[in-house]
Design a protein around this ligand. Structure first.
Ligand code: HEC
Ligand code: HEC
Length: 345
């Protein structure tokens, strides 16, 4: 199905989209994000994981000289190198992906372009607080980068600062750099990354800059899950400190979500645009086995009209009447669909 046909299908609901678009909130304006105010959080609150801002320490912590290692990695890195040495952020497994374009590997500090590999990892797996970006079609990738660039794609949660950072990165990039990044990440097949577990309880968590981590020590424990998805790293240190691109995520979802989500995906005819197996076509991206928190933010961002590029307008009518509980069930189901390929290694 081509974009024009789909635009026709979606055309009738266009007016609804225009209504949703008017509810848009600005993301990270010139004065930075607004003050932390839980009463103003976008719903569903769990999906955005806005963190209590932590003021920088009066005296910087001492430099950690330890060289960290990972199984099977040829090279070790210090904490500082993990976040960005001379060759960019740590690339633990360089043989597992094609050669990175310079903008992906190192970014360009002179233009405040942060290396893509820092947040999304060299393999494009990404983390719950940002986005999975490998295995997307180049067409969709370029399209959405241009939406970030033009301001047509924002977060509906102005306190989620990393989306504004992402948009600023896109604004600084040339068309050639966007194309090179799209080609690079499109060449990496999407493989399993999220384990979905239906459970009446979930670990107690804190948000570390938008990434939920299970509480540790005396604070650790479980609590009723309620109407939430709680997505956490399988291994907090591997993800949060080492940025290990092999260490994946686990998403706790309310019991019954997967079956409910499967029925809703049928009801909303998601496959009409995202392909029968939901692994995407040129401009409608793959939506299987990816972070449910990321996908929930996107569904709400479309619902709020914060993503309003040309192709994004097809998602406005789909989401305009979706409830928060439906978003939980739909994203739990989508995340639980096995990826097409097997994890390497
Ligand atoms: C500071 C962290 C950070 C860096 C560095 C970063 N991104 Fe992102 N990226 C994000 C976040 C956050 C999102 C959006 C998440 C959301 O909307 O919830 C995102 C989303 C994206 C998406 C959209 C994915 C989708 O499925 O729609 C693409 C494409 C992307 N980034 C490409 C890049 C490229 C290319 C680079 C390097 C030039 C880069 N990013 C660097 C944080 C980052
Ligand atoms: C009328 C066609 C159409 C239908 C029906 C549709 N989608 Fe989409 N969807 C799209 C297009 C096109 C995009 C890319 C929009 C853009 O560029 O922002 C998209 C984007 C998305 C995204 C964002 C992905 C990302 O990587 O950021 C999610 C999640 C999504 N759709 C989920 C769904 C779900 C779930 C359903 C069913 C409930 C659905 N879509 C039904 C056309 C559709």
């Amino acid at each position: 199905m081509n974009i024009r046909k789909i635009a026709l299908i979606a055309g009738a609901a266009g007016a609804l989209f225009a209504l949703a678009a008017s509810a848009q909130a600005p993301a990270g304006g010139a004065g930075g994000p607004p003050p932390y105010d839980p009463s103003k959080f976008q719903k569903p609150v769990w999906a955005y994981a806005v963190a209590v801002p932590v003021p920088p320490p009066a005296t910087p912590p001492p430099v950690d000289p330890k060289v960290y290692t990972l199984p099977g990695a040829a090279q070790g890195f210090t904490r500082a190198q993990i976040r960005g040495g001379a060759d960019g952020p740590a690339d633990w497994y360089p043989k597992e992906h094609p050669v990175m374009p310079s903008i992906v590997q190192k970014g360009d500090p002179t233009r405040r372009v942060i290396a893509c590999s820092l947040c999304h990892y060299p393999n494009g797996k990404g983390r719950a607080e940002n986005a999975p970006i490998s295995g997307l079609s180049t067409e969709y990738f370029i399209d959405t980068m241009n939406d970030f660039k033009s301001g047509a794609r924002k977060s509906s949660e102005p306190q989620k600062g990393n989306v504004a950072t992402m948009a600023n990165i896109a604004k600084q990039m040339t068309d050639e750099e966007i194309k090179a990044s799209a080609d690079y990440f499109a060449a990496i097949a999407w493989t399993p990354w999220i384990k979905v577990v239906e459970s009446p309880t979930a670990p107690k968590v804190k948000s570390a800059a938008g990434l939920y981590l299970p509480l540790e020590g005396a604070e650790a424990g479980k609590e009723p899950i309620g109407q939430r998805i709680v997505e956490v790293p399988v291994n907090s240190e591997a993800t949060d400190v080492l940025r290990d691109p092999h260490s994946s995520f686990i998403a706790y979802v309310p019991p019954g979500s997967i079956a409910k989500g499967k029925a809703l995906v049928g009801k909303y005819a998601c496959a009409a645009c995202h392909a029968a197996d939901l692994n995407g076509i040129a401009f409608a991206p793959a939506i299987t086995s990816r972070s449910p928190s990321y996908m929930a933010r996107q569904l709400n961002d479309y619902r709020q009209g914060a993503r309003k590029g040309k192709a994004a307008q097809l998602m406005g009518p789909v989401t305009s009447k979706m409830t928060d509980d439906e978003i939980i069930a739909i994203t739990a189901y989508l995340a639980s669909i096995p990826a097409k390929a097997k994890q390497p290694g």
